[in-house]
Design a protein around this ligand. Structure first.
Ligand code: SF4
Length: 352
């Protein structure tokens, strides 16, 4: 079987070329071709002698996820259905943002096929977990996204990134390397459902990426139901991990809060959330729920959303209300979902 070179670090590529009997600097050349110039074949690596290119083509490969389907929203959001080598499918979304002087693009990428966390309102969670993605499958999504000029990457697609910790960290290392892909650390967000052990590990990495926590409730009895990971790491444990993280990184954390009508938008929910944020450096991102077919939850009326936001703001909490993107192609938050494609193969997709 051929060795996959996408996903390898500079040192791994140097080792690989050395094991082929070549000088180590050839590994650096290959690294640049893969991550900086983003070529798709060894034949395009024109500063390598032909013999090395031919040998590489025999023993190694450069595999990116295959785009099976592409949908583009009226607002420019692009949803890609990607197929992996073992024919499993994942989704990534490319989201445009208007900024002064032009448009920026964010890639929302997946870290697992399915998800073991099983959040109640999330389709991949409901359909179960299949496997972790390999580094080449995660960084491959970003390499695809670079075709559309992405400058930001969020790990908010399918899966719990901190449960595929090593692969996600290795991917972040490749994304931020100045000699390679070169995305600024502050342009990368890792989103977790509250994997407290992983948050503590991340705190010690010395990174400047943004951490987002899908909180959705600050009441244990409700969060136990909405985000079952809460039974393993209750709010007090999660809060301690966030304290630890902020002590190490001094970085503001985003708390994602999906607004579910008559579920988590009452006065007591707001008060619990206010108590949870006290003493933490956080921004609360309110996300009106996207109603999906067959979903039992509803999006609150605008006045309920505004009232909830007002309660938090009056208590001095930093709050933002997420702008909807890609709702018409089911790429908006909570709309990635399980459906049948390609003769019955499961497509499991989501976006936090
Ligand atoms: S919301 Fe995230 S963590 Fe929860 S089941 Fe879905 S993908 Fe997994």
């Amino acid at each position: 079987m051929k060795t996959e070179l996408i996903g390898m670090s500079l040192t791994e590529l140097e080792d690989f070329l050395e094991a082929m009997g070549e000088k180590r600097f050839r590994g650096r050349q290959v690294y640049r071709w893969i991550y900086r110039n983003r070529v798709r074949s060894f034949a395009e690596m024109t500063d390598l002698p032909r013999g090395i290119r031919e040998e590489l083509a025999k023993i190694a490969c450069l595999t990116l996820p295959c785009i099976l389907q592409e949908r583009i929203s009226e607002d420019g959001t692009r949803k890609l259905l990607l197929q992996l080598k073992d024919r499993k499918t994942i989704e990534m979304v490319i989201i445009p943002h208007q900024v002064t002087g032009g448009t920026r693009y964010t890639a929302c990428i997946s870290s697992q096929v399915g998800c073991p966390v099983r959040c109640l309102f999330c389709a991949p969670g409901a359909s179960g977990f299949e496997r972790n993605l390999e580094v080449y499958e995660i960084v491959g999504q970003a390499l695809l996204g670079l075709q559309w000029g992405i400058s930001n990457v969020v790990f908010m697609g399918m899966g719990e990134p901190l449960l595929n910790y090593q692969a996600v960290l290795q991917t972040v290392g490749l994304l931020i390397d100045h000699q390679g892909i070169n995305i600024g650390q502050r342009h990368i967000t890792i989103s977790t459902a509250g994997e407290a052990r992983g948050i503590r590990w991340l705190a010690r990495e010395g990174l400047q990426v943004t951490l987002a926590v899908s909180l959705h409730s600050a009441r244990d009895e409700l969060r136990d139901v909405l985000v079952p990971l809460n039974r393993k790491y209750p709010l007090a444990v999660l809060r301690e991990a966030l304290n630890f993280y902020q002590g190490k990184t001094r970085r503001r954390v985003t708390l994602e809060y999906v607004l579910l009508d008559k579920v988590n938008t009452g006065w007591e929910d707001a008060q619990a959330l206010i108590r949870f944020t006290r003493g933490l450096l956080v921004n609360v991102n309110l996300i009106p729920y996207n109603e999906v077919e067959c979903g039992e939850y509803r999006c609150p009326q605008r006045e309920v959303i505004d009232r909830f936001k007002m309660w938090l703001t009056r208590a001095g909490v930093n709050v933002t209300l997420r702008e909807e993107k890609g709702a018409d192609i089911e790429a908006a938050c909570g709309q990635l979902k399980t459906k049948k494609v390609n003769g019955g193969q499961q497509e499991n997709t989501r976006q936090r």
